[in-house]
Each structure stands twice: as C-alpha cells, then as structure tokens.
Design a protein. Structure first.
Length: 105
C-alpha cells in the first residue's frame, strides 16, 4: 500500500519531467540538424568560390608567365626600370621571427 501511495504521488511529476526532457531533446536535435544543414550549404558555397578564385589565379599566373617571357631589358627601361646604383644586403636575426601572429618568444 505504501508503494502505491508513493507511486501515485510521484507518477505525474516523473512523467512531466520525462516529457520535458523529451521536448528539450527534440528541440536540441532539430537545432543541431538545422545547423549542420546550414554549414553544409555554406561549405558548398565556399568551395565554389574557392574554385572560381583558383581559376582566376591560374589565368593570372599564365598571363604573368607570358608577360615575363616578352619582357626585355629595353622594354623594362621604357617602362621606368632603373638600374640600382649599388647592391644592398639585408640581414635579420631569425630568433625573433615568427609566422604565427601573436606568438611571443
């Protein structure tokens, strides 16, 4: 009898909590699924843009190679090239150089 009274007292609360957990789980699943679909669509768009940029870069590289093959010293002088007066050397200490932004040594 005691068990039945205890069951009747907590059964509705337990079912309400279980229903709330189920609703929260379904909402979270829907949210994460929507985010995954949005990221997949975004990834496809970025890949298309990347392909377009790679194609444009290839065209520019081909044009650069053609232009450098056609460039002569006389044409360079005509375009404003100035021969340096003297050679200059630059030296730097490599201990302080880093390719990572914000990295301290």
């Amino acid at each position: 009898m005691k068990f039945l009274a205890l069951y009747n007292a907590y059964a509705t609360r337990t079912l309400a909590i279980l229903a709330a957990v189920c609703v929260c789980s379904v909402f979270a699943y829907g949210t994460f699924l929507l985010m995954a679909v949005a990221h997949a669509a975004s990834l496809a768009k970025v890949q298309e843009e990347s392909s377009a940029i790679e194609g444009r870069m290839s065209q520019l590289q081909a044009r650069y190679l053609v232009e450098t093959k056609n460039l002569t010293l006389e044409r360079a002088y005509a375009l404003g090239f100035v021969r340096p007066v003297a050679e200059a050397s630059v030296a730097a200490d490599t201990d302080g150089l880093s390719l990572l932004p914000g990295e301290l040594r």
